[in-house]
Design a protein around this ligand. Structure first.
Ligand SMILES: [Mg+2]
Length: 412
């Protein structure tokens, strides 16, 4: 089937969305126009730069570096904390808008997606891409890059060409001139670990990879080698999977001390579930599968998941299942990191009354709604569970992992 794929990528998404949001709220500043970063919790030494403005870039501030380093480079740096809810709302609004052009939308990450068209030619596609880009700017107040091609890989590569606010094509007949000239690390799926290996074999550009000895690449890098070799030729046989919703919501926390007893672990799990379930309700969804993960002092990782009897987004129900899973999984070794994740999601409006849910669970759903409203209006910690009062534990953990980058991918 003849198809046109467009890759839509929000330029400096966190910064753009925060800025657009602040404008809407009547806050009299544009964080895009000053040296600014979106950064994790600054009190935490793990706080890192998640996104930076163009003027912060001039100070050589880099995504992923610590806020401490960033401040040394630019003492007047404006640090804006990340706001997960703003990003999900903005992301959802963009997807809804894009669906007015085609029902075939595949979400790739919080700020990237693919559109598929089967009824337009290349020329019309380019025209349409410019139109979409301009209306996004007019309606939402931020810019996007759009890559246009015949498959997802090439569209994504095109979307990564010069930024911001640009449309680029990368059709099969343009591969040599536009793709092969790029450094090999610019190819999708060529990571930091693969680049030095390829360089060692004299492969510096994507063209070098395309014209390298396939047998060598295949024997040295196995299936990953075969994948990137095909990518260098622009071959991508992955299916287009229309998916306009999130697949799972996860949340984990590296602990400041080793946890050695069940009670403490349960409290931390509760704070993780509080945030995870809130995010789920924000997305207007319910889950059917819950899972818990443990990383112990020696960095040994284990996890366990379970299918629930019914779809839920109730903090209490999820928490009870998570604790049971944890109790089954934990081998009493000191814990360094705990994680909670929920999947098999569906939109809540499809939810039906179910016979497995007890009365307390139904009551708790109402409680959750009320708590959500209060927190949205007055802040995360305006209302907290009794167990957290007078304790050193944070009542809600995560929402954004401070110590992981990029992290947002965990919700998709
Ligand atoms: Mg982006």
């Amino acid at each position: 089937m003849k198809q046109i794929i467009m890759h839509i990528d929000v330029n400096s998404a966190f910064l753009s969305w925060t800025s657009a949001y602040e404008m809407q709220m009547g806050i009299d500043r544009d964080i895009r126009k000053v040296p600014s970063v979106i950064g994790g919790n600054e009190k935490n030494r793990h706080g890192i730069v998640l996104a930076k403005s163009m003027s912060a870039k001039k100070f050589k501030i880099q995504t992923g570096e610590s806020l401490l380093e960033a401040r040394q480079k630019c003492p007047n740096l404006l640090v804006v904390p990340p706001d997960y809810r703003v990003y999900t709302r903005a992301s959802k609004a963009l997807i809804e808008f894009l669906k007015t052009f085609t029902p075939d939308v595949e979400i790739f990450s919080i700020d990237e997606c693919f559109l598929r068209f089967t009824d337009i030619n290349k020329k019309e596609a380019v025209k349409l891409a410019y139109k979409i880009k301009d209306i996004v700017y007019k309606n939402f107040g931020y810019t996007v890059n759009i890559g246009i091609s015949e498959n997802k890989l090439l569209a994504k590569q095109a979307g990564d060409f010069e930024k911001p606010n640009k449309c680029h094509t990368l059709f099969s007949d343009e591969i040599k001139e536009k793709l092969w000239v790029l450094p090999v690390e610019d190819l999708f799926m060529v990571g930091r670990k693969t680049k030095p290996k390829l360089n060692k074999w004299g492969i510096y550009t994507i063209g070098d990879l395309a014209n390298a000895d396939y047998k060598l690449i295949s024997s040295m890098l196995k299936s990953h080698g075969r994948l990137i070799y095909n990518y260098a030729w622009g071959r991508d046989d992955s299916m287009f999977k229309p998916k306009d919703s999130i697949k799972s919501v996860g949340n984990s926390s590296t602990l400041k001390f080793d946890v050695t007893n069940t009670e403490t672990a349960h409290i931390i799990l509760l704070s993780l579930v509080e945030m995870t379930a809130w995010r789920l309700r924000e997305a207007n969804m319910s889950c059917r599968v819950v899972s818990v993960s443990i990383k112990d002092k020696n960095f040994k990782y284990s996890s366990k998941q379970r299918k629930l009897l019914y779809f839920t987004n109730c903090t209490r129900d999820i928490y009870i299942s998570i604790c049971r899973l944890f109790d089954e999984l934990w081998d009493n070794k000191p814990i360094r990191q705990l994680g909670v994740s929920i999947s098999d999601l569906e939109y809540s409006h499809k939810k039906q009354i179910n016979i497995f849910q007890d009365e307390l669970s139904a009551k708790n759903e109402i409680l959750d709604k009320t708590v959500d409203i209060i927190r949205t209006k007055y802040g995360d910690e305006a209302i907290i569970r009794g167990v957290f009062a007078n304790s050193d534990f944070k009542p809600l953990l995560g929402g954004y992992p401070d110590d992981e980058y990029p992290g947002m991918s965990s919700i998709l």
